[in-house]
Design a protein around this ligand. Structure first.
Ligand code: NZQ
Ligand code: ZN
Length: 386
């Protein structure tokens, strides 16, 4: 293992009815409530949140309309509101997009220039307004991590950034709030959570049996629970399991003592989303198995472990490479069985923008840790994915 330190300051309130904790967190504060396209008004979430805020005698300001793949223009609106209305705390009510957008507003509110300077690292992030979250979709892990991903539609860039200042102070995770998530969006959530676990798994650090076993267990649980959940979208037990999986898959636990793993697939997916605005989980479902096929040819060791320890594939009479290839096939077959997208053509994407997508992938240097990719490798993965 590598030396490491861990400090995750997010307070989690997990389980049915935990919204009752909200009032103590925002007592008499001026709260900017940030949400998306209105799903929270079609279920009971908005009502529950407002009831709690009123109980806390909070002053409420609302900012609806955060897009999927949240945009810089919406961040700007939020920053302006925070500054002009002297907001004390931001409350994100939604999925990863709403939470990410809120994180960007929180840093922008404490900065005199354009928040894009902070996201692009032209200026350091020195502080942020506090944020809390009420999660309505299990997928990204944003509710318990310091990461955010923002799209600048003018320049067609989708950039991930992070800062310890934007760990949510608290996050309320009530699985019943995810009952209304559509089947398709639930599939994207399963794929995104599994991808986070998988990308942590493909590291190069030696002697990591505990973390490897933890990731394998998380993946096996997702494989067992995912199909049951899709058969019964309002099962509390299955929603609960997936919610805890998605939060744990990306709250820094899985990188303890390792080099952090290989996030090349996320880099390529963000590049595609920047150009085509496709759902994040859908893009990952297409790309990850092709990334796996690409890297296992050079080093099948981890894909072989995945095949045997997660998918129960036997190595009897097979070479390492054959077992590894069977593992990649098993992952693809599992996501296919959920009806996840498996070709870029599912989103009407062909090869015409491949060079642009490669440019966007390399917007920051260094793509990949398990295998560092060059432009040709990214092209190979994209062509396999068409
Ligand atoms: O807009 P609303 O009304 O909220 O509807 C959303 C949206 O249409 C809907 N939804 C959310 N909760 C619902 C619901 N519909 C019915 N019932 C509910 N309870 O679902 C749709 C998708 O929501 P979104 O927030 O976009 O999905 P997700 O949580 O997958 O977030 C995706 C974004 O997060 C970024 C992605 O790149 C993408 O921009 N990521 C953020 C990460 C992070 N901060 O750590 C890591 C991830 O790898 C990812 O890159
Ligand atoms: Zn993701």
């Amino acid at each position: 293992m590598n030396i490491f330190s861990q400090h995750n300051p997010t307070k989690l309130y997990f389980g049915k009815g935990q919204i009752s904790q909200l009032s103590t967190e925002v007592e008499k504060k001026k709260v900017l409530v940030v949400y998306g396209g209105g799903s929270i008004k079609q279920n009971e979430v908005y009502e529950d949140v407002m009831k709690e805020l009123n109980k806390a005698e909070a002053t409420i300001v609302e900012l609806p309309g955060v897009e999927q793949n949240p945009r810089l223009t919406t961040v700007h609106r939020g920053v302006e509101m925070c500054k002009s209305q002297e907001i004390d705390i931001l409350l994100a009510v939604g999925g990863g997009s709403v939470i990410d957008c809120t994180k960007a507003m929180a840093i922008g509110a404490k900065y005199d220039g354009d928040v894009w300077d902070l996201i692009t690292r032209k200026a350091p992030i020195e502080s942020a307004l506090p944020i809390g979250t009420v999660l309505t979709l299990a997928a990204t892990g944003s509710e318990m991590n310091p990461i955010s991903v923002i799209s600048n539609w003018e320049t067609k860039d989708k950039l991930g950034w992070g800062s310890p200042h934007v760990f949510p102070r608290f996050s309320i995770l009530d699985p019943t709030y995810t009952f209304s998530v559509s089947r398709k969006q639930t599939v994207y959530g399963i794929v995104d959570s599994m991808s986070h676990a998988l990308e942590h798994y493909f590291h190069r650090t030696k002697n990591t049996p505990m973390i490897d076993g933890f990731i394998e267990s998380l993946l096996r649980t997702a494989i067992e629970t995912g199909p049951k959940l899709l058969d019964d979208l309002t099962s509390y037990d299955h929603r609960e399991t997936m919610m805890y999986i998605s939060t744990t898959a990306f709250n820094e636990t899985l990188s303890n003592g390792t080099d952090g793993g290989d996030w090349a697939t996320h880099r390529i997916e963000h590049a595609i989303s920047a150009v085509y605005d496709i759902p994040h989980g859908g893009g990952l479902a297409i790309l990850f198995p092709h990334w796996l096929e690409h890297v296992l040819e050079e080093d099948p060791s981890r894909a072989k472990m995945l095949a045997m320890n997660v998918f129960g594939i036997s190595d009897e009479g097979k070479s390492d490479l054959e077992v590894a290839r069977d593992g990649a096939k098993a992952l693809r077959a599992f996501w296919d069985s959920l009806n996840a997208p498996n070709r870029l053509s599912d989103y009407s994407i062909d090869d015409k923008d491949i060079e642009l997508i490669i440019d966007k992938t390399f917007i920051k240097p260094g793509v990949g840790v398990y295998k560092e990719l060059d432009r040709e490798s990214v092209k190979d993965i994209l062509i396999r994915s068409l």
